[in-house]
Design a binder for this molecule. Structure first.
Ligand SMILES: Cc1cc2nc3c(=O)[nH]c(=O)nc-3n(C[C@H](O)[C@H](O)[C@H](O)COP(=O)(O)OP(=O)(O)OC[C@H]3O[C@@H](n4cnc5c(N)ncnc54)[C@H](O)[C@@H]3O)c2cc1C
Length: 83
């Protein structure tokens, strides 16, 4: 089965609209805090305003240089490489 990226986006947007949570585009993550805790937070900026998301999970998909990678404590971090 192929679950295309566009379909993942559509499904996530539909779920968020159904559940009534905030749906933010073009938001810049400034920091992920409390990555080792039960309630991690994402500080972000969107349309000039700063906010904080209180989360159950944070999925860090912001690339190698993004803020999420830096938020994972070294003791909990594992790296996988394939050459
Ligand atoms: C020149 C070049 C050529 C490459 N060629 C190949 C190749 O041929 N084959 C291959 O398999 N791989 C290649 N790669 C590697 C590949 O591009 C990466 O491994 C892949 O893109 C990583 O995907 P990702 O989703 O983890 O991160 P990315 O694709 O980097 O996506 C991260 C996203 O997060 C966003 N973001 C970053 N910081 C923040 C923030 N603070 N707040 C909000 N959003 C943020 C970015 O705008 C971006 O949209 C190449 C990389 C480079 C640089």
């Amino acid at each position: 089965m192929v679950y295309a990226q566009t379909e993942v986006c559509k499904d996530l947007i539909a779920l968020q609209l159904k559940e009534g949570g905030p749906l933010l585009f073009e938001a810049e993550a400034l920091a992920v805090e409390g990555a080792e805790s039960e309630r991690p937070r994402v500080r972000f900026r969107c349309e000039g305003d700063e906010g904080v998301l209180e989360c159950d999970y944070v999925v860090g998909c912001d690339g190698f240089w993004g803020v999420a990678r830096k938020a994972v404590p070294a003791s909990l971090s594992r790296e996988f490489e394939r050459t």
